[in-house]
Ligand binder design. Sequence first.
Ligand code: PMP
Ligand code: GLU
Length: 397
Amino acid sequence: MSALSDRINNLSESQTIKMAKLGRELAAKGVDVISLSFGEPDFHTPEYIKDAAKQAMDDNFTYYTPVAGYPELRKAIVKKLKDENDLDYDVTDIVVSTGAKQAIANAVLCLVNPGEEVIIPTPYWVSYSEVVKLAEGKSVFIKTTVEQNFKITPEQLEAAITPKSKLFMFSSPSNPTGSLYSKSELEALAKVFERHPHVYILSDEIYEHLNYVDKHETIAQFDSIKDRVVIINGFSKAYAMTGWRIGYTASTKELASAFDKMQGQITSGTCSITQRAGTAAYNGGLAAVLEMREAFKKRRDLVHSLLTEIDGLKVNLPEGAFYFFPDVTSYFGKAFNGKTINDADELSIYLLEEAHVAVVGGDSFGAPEYIRLSYAAAEDKLVEAVKRIKRALEQLK
Ligand code: PMP
Ligand code: GLU
């Protein structure tokens, strides 16, 4: 009998992390693996941010931090939300966490009671449904497809809401699809939420700056529902700061003090040096972010032109983030060397073993008909990776 709790036994391993690990293991054996599995910018953290961290160490800024973050950092976040998003928040509405991942966990654990329903459009980011399990909530999925650009309609949302609904969770720009909701699309969803005042909204905006068509729009801009919105954001993607572990929530004070209490029992405040780095990042403007965005946009266009040459893939043009999420069902039931591909997870293992390219199967994103490719890699690697994928897919008969 396992000594482990049902809680951990029922939890799935993060597939993004698992595929990245498998890719690294194969690379350690000397195989030339190209990893398109992990959602991580391949850029270095900008110098001015690292300088602030070095200075923090020299200043002995190395003590326990306030659980919700230092006031200077939270002030910088409030200013960012005003300047970039035209949203009004106070310093006490902000809770800084050890990554946006912890911010999401805080929100779900503080809002959802056992048995309450959490509405999640598919495809969703892998950790959403798992955190809901930890809270003993019930995930209710709304299916979207590549044909609808992976966006739900107000009618789909309305149909999913019940008296037991507590939270709606989504990301825009989206991981894993790169789709983003326009202002009018968000307004139409907000109108549905107006009619259901018992439903809270977790709006994950961590890819805000990786938007290739327009300025970022947030569902928190609609005053009629703003007090039920928890904004999730962070520094990992915009400022290439994945290893620093810093993210945050913006919400009502009541929710913020709940997140503070939860975090105070689990991790306390995030790293002091990281907080100085985060403060410098926001106070330093957007030049570095915009430079990285241009590079990502170029890669998106490149990969899109290469993927559309592969007949068996159904692919759209994502408007944000750094992922493609092609439908791969045309390969199901096909085989190579006596091995049949039955689903997208098997296809991702096949691509790793046969093409030496790591991607992630769609199952853990709630969309088993798809695979996810991250284009957060150098252009020559991307060209080579898609060439290898094409060759391996053509071998399937
Ligand atoms: N939300 C989404 C949609 C993500 O893709 C990620 C990826 N890391 C996170 C949250 C968590 O980010 P962080 O590194 O800040 O924990
Ligand atoms: N968010 C990234 C991804 O989707 C990083 C992995 C993770 O944090 O799970 O690949």
